[in-house]
Ligand binder design. Sequence first.
Ligand SMILES: C[S@@+](CC[C@H](N)C(=O)[O-])C[C@H]1O[C@@H](n2cnc3c(N)ncnc32)[C@H](O)[C@@H]1O
Length: 224
Amino acid sequence: MSDSNLLWCDLANFYENGKKYWDSVPATVDGMLGGLSHVSSVDIGESIKFLKQFIQSPVSKTNTNYALDCGAGIGRVTKRLLLPLFKQVDMLELCQHFLDQAPEYIGDEMSRVPNCICSGLQDFQPEPYKYDVIWCQWVLGHLTDDDLVSFFQKCRLALTADGLIIFKENVSMNAEFDKLDSSYVRTRENYLGLVEQAGLSVIKETKQKCFPCDLFEVRMFAIK
Ligand SMILES: C[S@@+](CC[C@H](N)C(=O)[O-])C[C@H]1O[C@@H](n2cnc3c(N)ncnc32)[C@H](O)[C@@H]1O
């Protein structure tokens, strides 16, 4: 799949339609998860296991000073996964109304979120050598292939030594376009190809366990 070959979507309005959709979604955990807030705990539990092997194992080298949550929404991942493990976390999110809800949702720990950046991932210009982990969850389907490759490349420059980009996304057997929220569900192979195009390598990959079987398969990839 390449941008010149997007058969099923209106590329001209791809980002605009995505923003329109998310602007209409309530700033709640249920809103973040398309009505599936009951999967939040098992999602976070598996993410903690995946992340800890890079930051809390005897051989891990990745620091835990600063993480970035991409497509952060109201901060579900920031609050439950990243703030318990990192000293500081920045949130990057397209819709201001989600960021506005973050202080109430996250509570006192919001004091360790120095920056709430309202921007599309495709327009984000991160500072170099800033983040130990850049976490992207259920958001990369909102980028075109070319923008995703360029986003990965920018993220790589924003990592500290031994830093990692981790993404957790739905995958399907055949790539699909979802008109409702203007996003792709890519295949595992699509993702691997885009990681390679960005000049990065997969360090570890794991399938999410214990999700309802009528949902898409979800995979976590650690890349650098
Ligand atoms: C399915 S929700 C996931 C939220 C959060 N990652 C979580 O797991 O709770 C997708 C989020 O990505 C945001 N988003 C959509 N397109 C985006 C883009 N191009 N750049 C940044 N964020 C985007 C939406 O506003 C929404 O908050």
